[in-house]
Ligand binder design. Sequence first.
Ligand code: GRF
Length: 192
Amino acid sequence: TKIAVFASGSGSNFQAIQQAIDIGKLDAQIEIVITDKPDAVVVKRAKNFNIPVFSFSPKRFETKGAYEQEIIEILKEHQVEWVILAGYMRLIGHTLLSAFSNRIVNIHPSLLPSFPGKDAIGQAMEHGVKVTGVTVHLVDEGMDTGPILSQAAVEVVEGNRAATEARIHAVEHELYTSTLQKLFENENKLVH
Ligand code: GRF
């Protein structure tokens, strides 16, 4: 299964996905990394794995539709079948959504529908919940609202954001790769 990973930040989920591929746990190929942040750490990580990167500045385009159209061209060139969002900090617009209908997956660091949007971990700590978690879901036009594919709970380390975040990231890396593997397996069963 050919995939593209979209990321704006550190790219630890990108790396976990590539490592799962390397050890044969995930039957997929990352054809390209797409980023809206040319200086993001994920760009260096992608280069370390020799994966091509397409970085673009949204400001240089007049509309979201215009840069998404450009992204679609690149995804088509690389025969990408699934778009995997991993810390991509932009809402997907209707141009990309209609080109990859039900083929865009996101990971979010909370048990949705709790704490959608930015800084879900901060929101959870602020609210004083004892348990938060991770959600993998299909992307629709809303912010963190699409159909849920999988979830895992994570206990908050009270008063310690860094430790809570570390737990969440560790769970994300496992849950994302195992969910994608199931998704691609099911699809291949349906097709063949
Ligand atoms: C993750 O917590 C993910 O759930 C959220 O953004 C973060 C990305 O982390 N959407 P990384 O860049 O993969 O390290």
